[in-house]
Design a protein around this ligand. Structure first.
Ligand code: DGL
Length: 268
């Protein structure tokens, strides 16, 4: 028995699209309902109570769209607000555990870097998972609060001097410690992947939480017989503000033109 209902994905803004991109690669037949809370981005420098309230509202919106599973495509929500999701009546996926596991499977020198929003790094969630999978790992953590506004503004070219200098300053501790694997602990960060690689060099493997999570979603839906499994997937986008600029950036990030009619503004 298959399940043809869509998968619900949410983030504070554009970042969750990096997860959608990976879902599209592994599960191209699945329909997706995406919610980007563009009216309240960023989440990462807010209090835990506020992030939990936002996460609950985002999840309720997706439930109202009759989705079959929800993915918090947001490192911040995945780090500090997963207790909210325990009450959900459908399967829920976060992005922290899968990325941490993938980093442990990737590192050779057992030196792992983690970058994320202030709330994510303060939560210590990645560290907790990494030490569970690899108890003797050396972990270097760094919050990079300027990365999200750069991405939301569309400033992510590897040739942009502002982008390069910002990355250099934040990632200095990673270079000094000699990490060979870096978890992009915020879903906005894979957008900066080329620019980060330019600074760190090919010797450092970047872990995209979307890749790790999409794999986990595929395995789960397969096991539970919940895949749609055929046809071409459709994506409906919902945002809480600035639908036009979201549509423009999303078309670039997903590499295909998104029609006006596909992005709707909702208030939660
Ligand atoms: N993309 C999100 C994350 O993964 C949210 C960033 C933010 O809103 O601060 O953390």
């Amino acid at each position: 028995m298959s399940n043809n209902r869509p998968i619900g994905v949410f983030d504070s803004g554009l970042g969750g699209l990096t997860v959608v991109k990976e879902l599209n690669k592994l599960l191209p037949f699945e329909d997706i309902v995406y919610f980007g809370d563009t009216g309240r981005v960023p989440y990462g420098n807010r209090s835990i109570d506020t992030i939990k309230r936002y996460a609950a509202e985002d999840e309720n919106f997706l439930l109202s769209q009759d989705v079959k599973a929800i993915i918090a495509a947001c490192g911040t929500v995945s780090s500090v607000a997963t207790d909210v999701s325990k009450k959900l009546p459908i399967p829920f996926f976060e992005v922290v555990s899968h990325a941490s596991k993938m980093a442990c499977e990737t590192t050779v020198n057992k030196k792992i870097g983690v970058i994320g929003t202030s709330a994510t790094i303060k939560s210590g969630k990645h560290k907790e998972y990494i030490l569970k999978f690899l108890p003797h790992a050396e972990i270097v953590c760094q919050s990079c609060p300027l990365f999200v506004p750069l991405v939301e503004e569309g400033w992510y070219s590897a040739d942009d001097i502002v982008v390069e200098e910002t990355i250099k300053r934040y990632l200095e501790p990673m270079i000094k410690a000699g990490v060979d694997t870096l978890i992009l602990g915020c879903t906005h960060y894979p957008v900066l992947e080329d620019a980060i690689s330019k600074v760190l060099g090919d010797g450092v493997k970047l872990i995209n939480a979307g890749t790790a999570t999409a794999k986990a979603v595929l395995e789960f839906l397969e096991k539970e017989d919940m895949l749609k499994g055929e046809g071409q997937g459709n994506i409906d986008f919902f945002v809480s503000d600035k639908a036009d600029s979201f549509r423009h950036q999303a078309s670039i990030l997903l590499g295909r033109e998104i029609d006006d009619s596909k992005v709707k503004t909702v208030s939660l």
